[in-house]
Design a protein around this ligand. Sequence first.
Ligand code: SF4
Ligand code: SF4
Length: 387
Amino acid sequence: MAAIATEAAQVFLEQVPDYEPAAVRAAVFRLLEQAPPPIRRGDRVLIKPNFLAPASPRRAITTHPQVVRAAAEWALARGGSVLVADSPGTGSFERLLREGGYAAALAGLPLAIRPFRDTARVDIGPPFGAIAVAREALEADVVLNLPKLKSHCMMLLTLGVKNLFGCIVGLAKPEWHLRCGIDRASFARLLVGVCDAVGPAVTLLDGILALEGDGPGKGGTPRPVGMLAASASAPALDAAVCRLLGLRPEELPTHAAAAERGLLPAAIVLEGPRPQVVGFRLPVLAPLTFGPRRLEHLLRMHLVQRPALKPGVSCAGCGECARACPAAAIAPGRGRLDFDYRRCIRCYCCVEMCPHGLLRTAETRPGRWLRRLAALRDRIGRRPGRR
Ligand code: SF4
Ligand code: SF4
């Protein structure tokens, strides 16, 4: 079922201060009644949370278990046969269920919860063609997409569209990063293609405790925002959330890709209380490809932010970052980490996957000079009297 662009899309908002179960349940139910997924008795319902890695809900890198529980209860009450599934980037699924609080929160509910097991090929259009996506997502009658509001060092934010990249199973994720990760626009097209192929009936965003700074993994910083949001259109929801955070939706790489594909509505209507969010910290996105093609590699090497250990920390040598690296550009060792920046494609999967949150994106010195020069040029250009 493909998402369909409409004249106007509604995005429903709820203000929820914390994860008190009754309040979360009531708010999720209100949202799902306003943007109701069409569940009939016996329908296969896939709930797709963000299960990035095993982590306490206090780290704000995964969709909160109370939000997952409330959505599952709503679907079960309508007679759906519910599967909660994702393809986590790292760690065992059992640990994720335990540490993430899902085993406890979902106990007693008649549903299945497991990683995606199988794939099927689906044509997501040019330039990618037919690609392998979780079969469970493609064959579900109804998909409920439950992203977490997080900053993202490559794609600025991870919201509704980006969450469905989890339907690319296992090692195919780093492969796709390698194939189009150096080109943010191309990666955004892939994300939008997957989202369109999966066609979530509703996207319900957990932004009660969001993640800012060096997200989307444990390097980010939890930030209370107190918001749940839902829409039948994932791109519309993403655009609305950008505005609520004080950003232009065009700053989100997936926005342009959704527009190209005709998935953006002509208007977005916000319904419900708007959160007051000031100074949400985002990563600086430097272009990953620029300059003459023959100099691209050299420019990227010297000007684009690179992954690095945070100052003053000691690497535990677990090797998760090296396993996640699609370019085989990391050699871990106890206490230190060697990056081969000539191989590195700046996809930042390693930053996302470090289970200890020890990695960050670091500006290069020439990159910092260039950014300052560009800011200075913009300031001079904006002086009164200048055109
Ligand atoms: S070192 Fe990190 S940023 Fe570079 S290619 Fe590997 S995972 Fe991506
Ligand atoms: S940086 Fe993090 S993921 Fe990489 S080896 Fe060190 S502790 Fe493990």
